[in-house]
Design a protein around this ligand. Structure first.
Ligand code: HEC
Length: 174
């Protein structure tokens, strides 16, 4: 490739990059209704609350702090998608969104389990959020609490119990 061709290619890339900025990402922070939150439904000790706030709330609450790169396409699409999917599973500001007390309990069990397995917070998130790392002590704090409020979910050690989330067996509405 000669220089003129390389220059054209670079310009084309810049133009494409500029144009994709016009495709918005769905970054929202829905209003927080205190009465719908996890803390309104059960006692959450301040230490646990702090760990959630520090390590989970960017994806599992309505109070997401959107980092600068969440404003730059194409990363913005990925980040917004992650947050929206995270919220749709568990939203600490909208604990009532869960289908049933059983599902809420399952999520409490999973909260401990996924932290123990090092799956939450996700490792790609930790690359950019070092302060969201959780220590073994943090995990113990959370697990001691979930075992207290959702004891059934911790028993039996059913390893494959949660691989598949039971979203497909709920009855059709209407
Ligand atoms: C970068 C965003 C992000 C962060 C930070 C994050 N999560 Fe998640 N979380 C997700 C996404 C996306 C899903 C749904 C898909 C999946 O399982 O990967 C999820 C799913 C979950 C689920 C539900 C799993 C299921 O099967 O329904 C639990 C429980 C959970 N996360 C707990 C946590 C906890 C606890 C923290 C903090 C210690 C945390 N997450 C931090 C993105 C995040």
């Amino acid at each position: 490739m000669n220089r003129a061709k390389i220059a054209k290619l670079v310009i084309a890339c810049v133009v494409v990059f500029a144009l994709i900025q016009l495709i918005p990402a769905s970054r929202t922070n829905p209003p927080v209704v205190a009465s719908r939150s996890l803390a309104a439904h059960m006692d959450v000790p301040p230490q646990v609350q702090n760990i959630f706030k520090r390590a989970c709330s960017d994806c599992h609450s309505n109070e997401t702090v959107w980092p600068w790169y969440s404003h730059v396409a194409p990363v913005s699409w990925y980040v917004a998608h992650d947050v929206n999917v995270g919220r749709s599973h568990v939203n600490l500001d909208n604990w009532e969104a869960q289908e049933s007390p059983k599902e809420a309990n399952e999520h409490l069990g999973l909260t401990c389990k996924l932290m123990q397995q090092g799956k939450m917070p996700p490792s790609d998130f930790l690359l950019m959020h070092k302060d969201a790392r959780v220590s073994p002590a943090d995990i113990n704090t959370v697990c001691a609490w979930t075992q207290k409020v959702a004891p059934d979910e911790e028993e039996g050690g059913g390893a494959d119990h949660h691989d598949h989330h039971e979203h497909d067996d709920h009855p059709e509405k209407d």
